[in-house]
Design a protein around this ligand. Structure first.
Ligand code: SF4
Length: 897
């Protein structure tokens, strides 16, 4: 297997594949040069991105190194053969089922998996083990959208297509920082706005980078979206904007929905949302009077204890106006994960069966069981993510298999999740990296193939299936996830049903299932793909479903233009959505409301993006955004280190004072883990509160306190190798182009710089020259280390933050430094005309904030295009353009002032 894959990769010069990060699902072309290096470009023919990429996609080649990869199966930390490992997994799962029943085992999988992996996992669990205890990290991402769709449409159907964003006259973005979380869609929307003047409304408590293109920003109180859209429904009804014909012919339940919405007085609506009546009126007027409206929503809506109601409150307004299924109209859920949609299709959630068939429907179960020829079939929903780890904690789960995800960092109440996994008698982890906080807890660790090595299909947010294709050989003994699952299934006695030899065979089986007894009765139909040969599958171009056998049509595929839905009477359902506040409210002990989310250049728990120095250059440390007045009130200045505490846990982060933050609310990105930081796992703070319908956790409303962390010393260093983080109050490391940077702070006695350096850097030794400066009175120490004239490390320790030029030192590391210039390294600042470029804004061309400000102030740059022409900033992936716009705006304000 290894040899043939190597041969294939050698001959494959350029391969069309799909980005493994967000749900936009951009096509990329990966080209492998003769020296083995890989270049990544956007695929100009892919209908999701037409050649565009964001900073994460553009940096994919930087994440392909083998450092930290699991190369062989491990049993209790000891290398084992695949046979030994698979035998153990099968025996322990079979043993638990025999002794405690099928509900005693569970799979926790991931939106990173390919559709074929997902399909095999679901088939094993629901059809052969006979339990629905299979859930996925997509539960944390978009389960509320699934539940909302099913309640309104009778099926988990995304009605629209990306083109709708380009032909709408009004786009409403609710709980969606599109600029950072779905950057290529943001680029498409920005271009549409420029071309045709699309109006854009952003509904978000924070003034995010997305607001850069907004005509109206509604800084809504967290969790009050239901109130805002209920008020809109009332407004539409009272002002005569209902599409009476559509409502009467194609829907039911409007009266109940309106009566629940009416229960909220206008005064209460204003109080709950904290929006001015004028802002609300403006939004309602634009929505009412614009026919082509798309409402895009993502995690700000879904990750809530009222997430499903929020989804339905939005859908209600589109149903009331009949604006669904036609060009430029409709509610549009944008998924976070690359294959969250594929997981939904095959049934990779505890609440679904497979192929959009229902667990609770006997006819549907019969269809699936017949095609699978399975001995049993699960009949009821299984444990959803949060409940699954609770069941592990209280001993109900005896064997747990975690694939391609890191729940120790990403599931709420993360410390208890870690403890639950520790307590579980048998834990299997399939992953590509050995250093994740979850992988370290595995009894059996299985090496999976990663992006670039595996083959299969992913579905993006507009229902478009695209191939992920391999262009690299799998390292060591890594194997695809579907293969691992099938091998275990065979050993559990299910050989015949898991006999595939390729992902193509799995996919065609799944495609066939979607077409059984369908004939338009169900939305998901891939019948036309059921007969693909291996060669067809290999060459499959991106295709949007539905693609029923014999009825494939060209062009974008929207649902519901005919007013027929997938409910028993074909009518859409209005859902009554009485307002419920978030479960937690700020109080005396925890006076701030914490919102968690993503940042521009990172993905999930940074296992992949955290390896790329250029992606780490934008935000290198865990941070907390606070309104200036809150920071002031708490005695915190910009750049200070704060401790954040909830009733569940505690973490630390650096303060960023941000006037885009509402007073009384703070924002923490969730990416940092124990692998690269101490005390920075944000989900230790979050309570395991979930939406009662979808089971999705409330990740955006946790009551916390924020205080200055009392510190007595600070340090900064750069070094060639990854440092082992010391145990101190604050410790973070991040890759830089030639090595690593480290930021430390402590609350104890000033440590001895020499011994800290020795612990951090293992390449000191023969031939290492050290320049040192020590001021005992001021408690200041500096070290610069050289080997063969190259700078191999520098370390600065002081009672306050060492006043050194971080970016300059980062760029100096590894380079030759003539003897006369070495003292400036010890000084930590460039001598002569060189300047510190400041924190990096444009990751593609490493352009720093100070350089940009200088270009604006001294060289007269007035637009992002000017900055691109002078510094290249923003001229590649475009992800930094909103930030460039903000700097230009601030400079204009300063000039005007
Ligand atoms: Fe990848 Fe960026 Fe496209 Fe998302 S928007 S799929 S992260 S390139």
């Amino acid at each position: 297997m290894q040899k043939s894959l190597e041969d294939r990769a050698q001959s494959a010069r350029a391969v069309r594949t799909t980005c493994p990060y967000c749900g936009v699902g951009c096509g990329v072309i990966a080209a492998r040069r003769a020296d083995g290096s890989v270049t990544i470009t956007g695929d100009p023919e892919h209908p999701a991105n037409f050649g565009r990429l964001c900073s994460k996609g553009a940096a994919l080649a930087d994440t392909l190194g083998l450092e930290g990869r699991i190369l062989h199966p491990l049993i209790d930390g000891t290398r084992a053969s695949w046979d030994e490992a698979l035998d153990v997994v099968a025996a322990r799962f079979s043993g638990a089922i025999a002794e405690h029943g099928p509900e005693s085992v569970a799979l926790y999988i991931s939106g990173q998996l390919l559709t074929e992996d997902y399909y095999v996992a679901n088939k094993l669990m629901k059809g052969f083990i006979g339990s629905s205890n299979i859930d996925t990290n997509s539960r944390l991402c978009m389960a509320s959208s699934v539940a909302g769709h099913k309640r309104a449409f009778g099926a988990d159907t995304v009605p629209g297509v990306y083109e709708d964003l380009e032909c709408a006259d009004l786009v409403v973005l609710v709980g969606s920082n599109l600029a950072w979380c779905h950057p290529v869609l943001f680029q498409r929307l920005s271009a549409a706005k420029e071309a045709r003047g699309t109006r854009i409304v952003v509904v978000d408590p924070r003034r995010t980078a997305t607001c850069d293109i907004a005509d109206l920003h509604l800084p809504i109180a967290p969790g009050s979206d239901v109130a805002l859209f209920s008020g809109l429904l009332v407004h539409l009804a009272e002002r005569g904007y209902l599409d009476q014909t559509f409502v009467e012919t194609h829907t039911s339940g409007l009266d109940a929905a309106l009566s629940a919405a009416h229960a909220l007085s206008r005064d209460r609506l204003v109080r709950l949302t904290t929006l001015s009546p004028e802002l609300i009126a403006q939004f309602y007027d634009w929505f009412s009077t614009t026919e082509r409206v798309v409402t895009v929503y993502s995690q700000g809506v879904n990750q809530s204890s009222a997430g499903t109601d929020k989804v339905n409150a939005i859908i209600n307004c589109h149903l009331a106006t009949g604006r669904i299924g036609r060009p430029g109209m409709g509610p549009f859920s944008i998924t976070g994960q690359p294959n969250a949609m594929g997981g939904r299709e095959v049934g990779g959630l505890a609440t679904m069966l497979a192929a959009h068939l229902d667990l609770e429907n006997a006819d549907h179960r019969r269809i699936v069981q017949t095609l699978w020829q399975s001995p049993r079939i699960a009949e009821k929903p299984g444990l959803k993510a949060v409940d699954l780890f609770q069941a592990a904690a209280d001993g109900r789960i005896k064997a747990l298999w975690i694939m391609a995800t890191n729940p120790v960092d990403s599931v709420p109440d993360a410390d208890r999740v870690r403890e639950a996994i520790r307590r579980c008698p048998f834990v299997v982890v399939s992953d590509i990296y050995n250093h994740t906080d979850t992988a370290t807890l595995a009894h059996v660790l299985l090496p999976s193939t990663g992006w670039g090595e595996k083959d299969g299909i992913v579905t993006n947010s507009e229902r478009r299936l695209s191939r992920q294709r391999s262009f690299l050989p799998p390292p060591g003994e890594a194997r695809p996830d579907w293969w691992q699952l099938a091998q275990v299934a065979r050993r559990m006695g299910f050989a015949r049903a898991f006999a595939w030899s390729s992902p193509a065979e799995i996919f065609t089986e799944y495609a066939a299932l979607t077409g059984v007894a369908n004939d338009g009765a169900r939305d998901l139909d891939l019948g036309a793909l059921a007969g693909l040969t291996a060669a067809d599958y290999d060459a499959l171009a991106p295709v949007q479903w539905p693609v029923p056998a014999g009825k494939v049509t060209a062009g974008p595929k929207r649902f519901f233009a005919d007013g027929r839905f997938f409910t028993p009477d074909a009518r859409a359902r209005f859902i009554a959505t009485p307002y419920r506040p978030p479960a937690a409210q700020p109080g005396e002990r925890f006076p701030f409301l914490l919102n968690t989310g993503r940042i521009r250049d990172q993905w999930h728990t940074m296992t992949r993006t955290g390896r790329a120095a250029r992606l780490m250059s934008h935000r290198s440390e865990p941070f907390i955004d606070m309104h200036p007045a809150d920071a002031d009130r708490r005695g915190l200045r910009d750049g200070a280190i704060a401790e954040i505490e909830s009733e569940r846990g505690r973490c630390v982060a650096r303060v960023r004072v941000d006037s885009g933050q509402r007073q009384g609310e703070v924002f923490l990105p969730f990416h940092w883990t124990d692998d690269v930081a101490r005390h920075a796992r944000v989900d230790v703070l979050v309570a395991p509160v979930t939406d009662p319908v979808s089971g999705q956790p409330e990740l955006k409303a946790t009551a916390v306190d924020v205080r200055p962390l009392r510190l007595s010393w600070h340090a900064f260093g750069v070094m060639l190798g990854k440092p082992v983080l010391p145990s101190c109050a604050y410790a973070v490391c991040a890759p830089i182009p030639s090595g690593w940077q480290i930021m430390l702070a402590g609350a104890d006695d000033l440590p001895d710089a020499e011994s800290v350096v020795k612990r951090l850097m293992d390449d000191l030794g023969e031939g290492c020259e050290q320049l040192a400066y020590h001021d005992r009175g001021r408690g200041e120490s500096r070290r610069a280390l050289f080997k063969e004239n190259r700078l191999i490390g520098a370390f600065f320790l002081a009672r306050t933050e060492p006043a050194v030029a971080h970016q300059w030192l980062i760029e100096l590391l590894g380079s030759e430094i003539p003897v006369p210039e070495r003292l400036s390294v010890l000084a930590g600042r460039p001598g002569g005309p060189q300047r510190e470029k400041g924190p990096i804004v444009c990751a593609c061309f490493a352009v720093g904030r100070s350089e940009i400000i200088e270009a604006i102030v001294r060289h007269g740059c007035r637009t992002t295009a000017d900055l691109g022409a002078r510094l290249q900033a923003g001229s590649n992936c475009g992800s930094c353009r909103p930030e460039l716009g903000k700097l230009l705006h601030e400079a204009r304000l300063a000039h005007a002032g």
